[in-house]
Design a binder for this molecule. Structure first.
Ligand SMILES: NC(=O)c1ccc[n+]([C@@H]2O[C@H](COP(=O)([O-])OP(=O)(O)OC[C@H]3O[C@@H](n4cnc5c(N)ncnc54)[C@H](OP(=O)(O)O)[C@@H]3O)[C@@H](O)[C@H]2O)c1
Length: 210
């Protein structure tokens, strides 16, 4: 398969790309990767698809929702927060449906805050929840046998050092387990699935909301 991995140089991407050995893998990022794209700029998504030609799978593991303060959050800031991770991933699919091969798959990335409230991540929660709803609709609308799924990770193992003080008590999903979810989305036949990669006890013994 010819597989486009947006965010292939990132924390998750660095683990996923080697696991896709045997396939033709093209990585993308704003400055990293084989081709350049900014998910916040739809014209660069169109240009990327023109450059890479028809692919059999698109995996998106790029662009975070920002940490935010609920008490000072504005709808303008929320909209800006959604540009890359929500609208960008949606555009990858809406534009990609016209460029990708028959039966191509899209695998998007959301996050645990779609399902579990946590202080300081309203934008991230909204983005991920909206992505889940988008995937459900897209799965019944995509043409030519195309598929779409979304992986919703909790904090990933390789981000523990960076994030464990921001999200105390949250247990990470092991990288191998997470990578397997992405591989199943690419190689399998499922569509319209929201894969909650939260680990068995992602929240440890602490309550969901501190
Ligand atoms: N790490 C976690 O614990 C965790 C947990 C739950 C969900 N997630 C989600 O998983 C995804 C990947 O996370 P990660 O930790 O692997 O991220 P990361 O380490 O920050 O890597 C992000 C990757 O995406 C690319 N990228 C960033 N913004 C982009 C944009 N606007 N357009 C195109 N490419 C862009 C970066 O390359 P360039 O800098 O070259 O653009 C980089 O390759 C994110 O959506 C994140 O919210 C992560």
């Amino acid at each position: 398969m010819k597989i486009l991995v947006v965010g292939g140089a990132g924390t998750i991407g660095r683990r996923l790309v080697p696991a896709l050995r045997g396939h033709e893998v093209i990585t993308a990022g704003r400055t990293s990767g084989d081709v350049h794209v900014d998910l916040a700029e739809p014209s660069t998504i169109e240009a990327m698809y023109q450059q890479v030609g028809a692919v059999d799978a698109v995996v998106s593991i790029a662009a975070h929702g920002a940490l935010d303060s609920f008490h000072t959050l504005t709808t303008d800031a929320l909209h800006e927060n959604m540009r890359a991770k929500f609208y960008g991933q949606v555009a990858l699919v809406l534009i990609g449906q016209h460029h990708c091969a028959d039966q191509a798959s899209f695998t998007l990335t959301s996050g645990v805050f779609a399902d579990h409230a946590w202080p300081g991540v309203t934008g991230g929660g909204v983005i991920s929840g909206a992505l889940h709803s988008f995937v459900l609709s897209a799965a019944v609308e995509l043409p030519r046998g195309m598929r779409i799924n979304v992986v919703s990770p909790t904090m990933v193992g390789d981000s523990m050092a960076a994030f464990s003080s921001v999200f105390p008590g949250m247990r990470p999903v092991p990288m191998a387990e997470l990578v397997d979810h992405y591989l199943a989305c690419v190689a399998g036949s499922d569509t319209g699935r929201i894969i909650r990669a939260y680990g068995e006890e992602a929240f440890g013994t602490t309550s969901r909301v501190r």
